[in-house]
Design a protein around this ligand. Structure first.
Ligand SMILES: *Cc1c(COP(=O)(O)O)cnc(C)c1O
Ligand SMILES: [Zn+2]
Length: 387
């Protein structure tokens, strides 16, 4: 068996097949491309003895040769019981997957590690991307590790820390007026300089990195899934990735085929296109006007993969919920005070959603619930007023 079992790419909308061994963008039909693997005859027993990084799942990742792996030791983050906070919200079996403990302080490192490694393997040496901040920090960091050049464009309003990280690792940083869409337009105007566009879901491998959160949750629970997983959703790559991972584990027979967690897409009230679409039962979202929330990582007015996020939520009988900035900031404080865990505002939104869904009865007190804390509170010091 090879290091990777990658076979080809298929488009998420109509199933068009594509060659996986050339630099790929989106399908001609506009849909993101998803990596496919030859999943026959692979045993989960080989995993247990491997080092605690996301590369322990290398057969299910797209990098064909271990020499091309660009790593800072990312992955295998803790799955922590949240006993005191769980008691406070009435969900005793509450767990937090803590992505704050990963290079660059957010789970964006997973997508960047795998995306940069695969791009490097395919001969790419210059990458460019628009970002709300955290993805730019992560991709610039891994590009530096690979010896690649990077161009990162972010809204002028993006957090200072993300700018600092990009500059520290030698990226070219462009600040644009407006939102992430405006940063995307800026990047497209510079692709002629030889950059490969690695925007969210415009290249197929970031999602492969993010899916490892799903693989880890299953492995950490003893090859089993929880009842509910809540995920703060912007572009939705993590949610789609977890769904893809669990489906691959089902095909492999590594987890039971008859049980999936209900997947919950959590958004902020100031930018909730997926919640609005889900409430209508729609297959796609509409662009959210004047998007704004303190949880800047989930400020995505119209996600390229919205139809995949919604499909994941519908197929798993999950739901989509919006929380206010006031509620998520209050929950950020409560989680820190009750557990000693300083989570990011996006993660705090997911904790606020647990409270909301327990109060409505959608989450039962007996449910085993996993919240993705997607980043470290340390990256958002301004969210906590101090004397
Ligand atoms: C990017 C980001 C998200 C949203 O991730 P998507 O995969 O784009 O939905 C959530 N939390 C943080 C901290 C982020 O940086
Ligand atoms: Zn297609």
């Amino acid at each position: 068996m090879g290091y990777s079992t990658l076979s080809h790419l298929t488009c998420g909308k109509q199933g068009h097949d594509h060659d996986a061994d050339v630099v790929a963008g989106v399908c001609d039909c506009g849909s993101p491309l998803l990596a496919q693997y030859d999943l026959s005859g692979l045993s989960r027993d080989v995993i247990a003895g491997r080092p605690p990084t996301l590369w322990r799942y290398h057969e299910l990742l797209p990098v064909r040769s271990p020499e091309n792996v660009v790593t800072l030791g990312e992955g295998m983050t803790p799955l922590l019981p949240m006993r005191r906070f769980g008691a406070d919200v009435g969900v005793p079996r509450l767990l937090m997957k803590d992505e704050g403990l990963i290079p660059t302080g957010t789970f964006k490192a997973r997508g960047a590690a795998v995306g940069v490694s695969r791009a490097y393997e395919l001969g790419v040496r210059k990458i460019a991307m628009p970002t709300n901040g955290n993805a730019g920090s992560a991709w610039a960091t891994y590009a530096a590790r690979a010896g690649m050049q990077s161009l990162i464009a972010m809204p002028r309003s993006a957090p200072k820390i993300c700018r600092t990280e990009c500059v520290a690792v030698g990226a070219e940083l462009a600040l644009v007026d407006g939102l992430i869409g405006d940063a995307g337009a800026y990047i497209r105007g510079r692709l002629a300089e030889g950059y490969v566009d690695v925007s969210t879901l415009r290249e197929p491998y970031r999602i492969e990195g993010k899916k490892t959160m799903g693989l880890e949750i299953a492995e950490q629970l003893g090859w089993r899934v929880p009842d509910v997983i809540l995920y703060p959703t912007g572009g939705g790559v993590g949610l789609i990735g977890i769904w893809k991972a669990l489906n691959e584990l089902r095909s492999l027979g590594w987890i039971a085929a008859d049980r999936m967690p209900r997947l919950v897409a959590v958004q902020a009230e100031g930018c909730a296109p997926i919640v609005r679409a889900w409430a209508k039962g729609a297959p796609e979202s509409e662009a959210w006007p004047d998007a704004s929330t303190v949880a800047f990582g989930i400020t995505v007015p119209k996600a390229l993969g919205d139809f995949l996020i919604l499909r994941a939520v519908y197929e798993t009988e999950g739901c989509a919920v919006a929380v206010s900035d006031a509620d998520l900031l209050a929950e950020q404080r409560r989680v820190a005070e009750l557990e000693g865990t300083f989570v990011c505002p996006e993660g705090a939104a997911a904790f606020a959603a647990v409270r909301q869904l327990r109060e409505s009865g959608w989450i039962a007190s007996s449910d085993e619930v996993v919240v993705l804390n997607t980043g470290a509170g340390l990256k958002y010091p301004e969210t906590i007023p101090t004397p």
